[in-house]
Design a binder for this molecule. Sequence first.
Ligand SMILES: [Fe+2]
Length: 150
Amino acid sequence: MDDATIAQKALKIHEELDREVDLLRLRMASKPDAHGDHWLTAFASHFRHFHTQLRSHFEMEEEGGFMKPVVDKRPTLSPQIARLREEHRQMRHLCYELEMFVEECRAPSLQQIAHIRERSDEIIDCLKAHEKAENQLIQDAFQLDLGSSE
Ligand SMILES: [Fe+2]
């Protein structure tokens, strides 16, 4: 694969992931029912799906995506790639923790729902900042003009 194809593919899977983030945001914004249990069940199943998508996205980037070609082309960018991998690990951990928290709630209190929303926001914020850094790195490594990376 040439540089432009690797870069375009990386951007494309970020766009796909952004759509998953939008759907998760909609789910988080939905109004809980009186006891919160239906909301929680729907959120739990949606979040499990999101977490699965995220894990396979990270795996794609680490195994067959831009990471290796970037290091091959610009070995001096290795520390940045290592940091991105570490961020993948941290986000997987945050998702795992939230999944465990959700699993332990039954009829969630308003505070627990607020906590779930805050943690989800935190994961999304990390992910957005991470994607931005990745897009920038790809652009720097391949010295391409990829347009907006938002
Ligand atoms: Fe990534």
